[in-house]
Design a protein around this ligand. Structure first.
Ligand code: ATP
Ligand code: LTN
Length: 336
């Protein structure tokens, strides 16, 4: 039986942090053997908030190299850049014309990001989830592994697909496949180091709020030393009064590979002075192989270019096929 397909992506808007890794990419790596995978660097999404043209290409390389460094295996997976495949933009337009405006106005991420932008909110920011729907639907993806914050966008993607199928498809032959979100409970929402009630995010102005996958041991040490804690004795999971404590124990559990029970047994009697060095050491050790592999890949730009060129060809064939199907169903003229 053919393998089910996975599609997912990350925006090239700065270095990846532990939230991106534990909420998304680590899960891609864990399940990749069982699926036919497409992993995209979503550079068209990266310009929905003001961006710097001088670093967009460099950041795109960084994210692609980090996919490989984190363990994405080209035997099961295709890595490509969203803007290299024009079908993403074209399908977005077609989907735009059947998507009600008020669906987009309800999106939580739009509301949060629009608030941060003040006067400067682009049409692109509002349209962001439709572009994401196009990314997913073009590949007939069965599963989309993401962090918890993307759940609403996945629901919207399904709603858009249903609308296309209802308007233009036949009952027994849907045009677009309905994808499912793949959200792992552990790590789906890693919180900021400076505020345990806010998610760790690339766009937080404070560098101290996140650990990047490429942070040096010194920087990791400094960030964990300064991270927010509380004055209570002992360490515990799941106490809503202690969001930072829950988050730091979760990080330790995920990065050490020890389950919750093991972490409880090891850490519940500890104070912060004992736990912080342990978390620091564990984080440095977990990131070391990723950083070494990343450096190797970045030292060989020819190799990375080759990966992305091959990725483009493979992805384009699939995407163009779906786009033609949709255009045909919508009644576009084709010349033979
Ligand atoms: P920004 O905060 O600037 O919007 P981001 O840090 O959320 O960026 P994205 O590129 O939007 O990064 O997200 C890439 C993937 O990482 C998505 O699957 C997203 O759900 C996941 N992710 C992002 N932040 C976290 C987090 N704090 N915990 C778990 N998963 C996360
Ligand atoms: N919106 C996503 C990034 C993204 C994505 C996708 C994720 C764009 N297109 C397709 C999965 C599938 C985010 O993480 N902020």
């Amino acid at each position: 039986m053919a393998k089910q397909r996975i599609l997912s992506g990350v925006q090239p808007t700065g270095n990846l942090h532990l939230g991106n890794y534990l909420g998304a990419i680590r899960n891609w790596v864990e399940v990749q053997e069982n699926y036919d995978n497409f992993f995209c660097v979503v550079d068209l999404h990266a310009i929905t908030v003001p961006h710097d043209p001088k670093i967009l290409a460099k950041d795109t390389y960084t994210i692609a190299a980090l996919y490989l460094a984190c363990g994405i295996d080209l035997n099961n997976s295709t890595i490509f850049v969203q803007s290299h495949i024009s079908a993403h933009s074209e399908l977005t337009w077609l989907l735009n014309c059947i998507t009600p405006l008020n669906w987009l106005e309800k999106m939580i991420q739009f509301k949060e990001k629009a608030l941060k932008q003040g006067e400067n909110v682009s049409v692109g920011l509002l349209d962001y989830p439709v572009l994401m729907a196009a990314d997913i639907l073009l590949y007939d993806a069965d599963k989309v592994p993401v962090g918890d914050d993307q759940k609403q966008h996945l629901e919207l993607t399904r709603d858009i697909a249903v609308r296309i199928n209802d308007k233009f498809g036949k009952k027994k032959e849907p045009i677009l496949k309905l994808p499912e979100a793949l959200i792992r409970k552990e790590g789906a929402r890693i919180m900021s180091l400076t505020d345990g009630t806010k998610k760790m995010s690339k766009s937080d102005p404070s560098e101290l709020s996140r650990i990047s996958l490429l942070d040096s041991p010194d920087v990791i040490n400094k960030k964990i030393k300064k991270c927010k804690t509380d004055p209570l004795k002992g360490l515990e999971f799941d106490n809503p009064e202690r969001p930072e404590c829950h988050n730091l124990l979760t990080l330790y559990s995920l990065l050490s590979g020890k389950n919750k029970e093991e972490v409880k047994a090891e850490c519940s009697e500890m104070g912060w002075g004992q736990f912080k060095p342990l978390l620091t050491e564990t984080t440095i050790e977990a990131l070391k192989p990723i950083q070494e592999k990343y450096q190797e890949i970045m030292d060989n730009q020819g190799y990375l270019n080759g990966v992305l060129k091959e990725g483009k060809e493979k992805a384009e064939a699939v995407a163009n096929n779906t786009l033609s199907r949709v255009k045909k169903a919508m009644g576009y003229l084709t010349l033979n």
